[in-house]
Design a protein. Structure first.
Length: 294
């Protein structure tokens, strides 16, 4: 008979889980409940208690062209950032997995960027790609105006995509390398003995076996692009120029903490949460069908 561990003293069990429950309640459930409350209410301009307005905040959001621009920019940013970070991480993992010269050093170098905080990444890229002081300034001397994120919206979007991808490459690299190293070596060696080249082995053996890892990283990277890109945008571009990098998560901050419109910011946060949930559902509903776990 299987024995199950159990607490004979319920007070001890409650004392052990109380800190975790308190953290979850204070930092998740309570803010979420407050956001829902603010999303369906509005604060009078001269103070006082909130007034119930129902879906008025959401109607104002969905009829705002500026907000729809933010939605479009967010989807474009998520797609470009995910494709670049996942693609580069897979390429690096394939090189390290082959154990070429210096692969131990490369393994360390590819890993450490994920330990850097997002604002620090944004600050570094803002300096490196500054048109007046970074290395790009030398290029601008030859071709004036070729790169200027402060004035060109496309350059600004490219800058935050590069910064976010650079940070996420390290995270994706870890999982791809672990998945590649879990593939039996005799299988790869047998394919090599049969005359299959590096690209053929990667296409016919490694890529199909990496499908579960691809799917996992797709979900993580898309979600991260929508909810964890505020630090990079705030430091590098501040949502500009002309709202070219005004992502949904950054617009929540600018409307709530700069414009002091907490009701609109709360409604936007609810919409952002809904977008992430829908995207995750679509990925599990349709993309996972092509994933084989055995």
């Amino acid at each position: 008979m299987e024995k199950r561990a159990a607490f004979s003293d319920l007070r001890l069990a409650g004392a052990l889980i109380a800190p975790q429950l308190l953290l979850v309640f204070v930092f998740f459930y309570w803010p979420a409940a407050q956001a829902v409350y603010w999303a369906f209410t509005t604060q009078p301009p001269f103070g006082g208690s909130n007034e119930w307005v129902g879906f008025q905040n959401f109607e104002q959001i969905f009829t705002d062209r500026v907000y729809w621009n933010s939605v479009g920019v967010s989807f474009l940013f998520a797609g470009l950032s995910t494709a670049l970070s996942v693609g580069m991480a897979l390429l690096f993992a394939l090189f390290v997995d082959r154990r070429l010269t210096g692969y131990r050093v490369h393994r360390f170098i590819y890993f450490w960027p994920y330990a850097v905080a997002a604002p620090a990444v944004g600050l570094a890229f803002r300096f490196i790609f500054a048109p007046e002081a970074g290395f790009v300034s030398a290029v601008n001397q030859w071709v004036p105006g070729l790169w200027n994120p402060a004035l060109d919206g496309k350059d600004a979007l490219a800058l935050i995509v590069l910064a976010n991808s650079w940070k996420m490459v390290a995270y994706n690299f870890i999982f791809f390398l672990a998945a590649l190293q879990s593939i039996p070596r005799p299988l790869i060696e047998a394919a090599a003995m049969d005359g299959a080249g590096v690209l053929r082995r990667a296409r016919d053996i490694q890529f199909p076996l990496l499908a579960p890892t691809f799917f996992f990283l797709l979900v993580i990277n898309v979600t991260e692009s929508f909810v964890d890109s505020f630090g990079i945008v705030d430091i590098t571009t501040g949502g500009g120029p002309a709202r070219a990098t005004d992502l949904m998560v950054y617009k929540i901050y600018s409307d709530g903490f700069k414009g002091l419109d907490y009701s609109m910011a709360a409604a936007q946060s609810i919409v952002l949460m809904g977008v992430v949930i829908v995207l995750t559902f679509i990925q599990f509903r349709y993309v996972e069908r092509r994933v084989h776990y055995s």
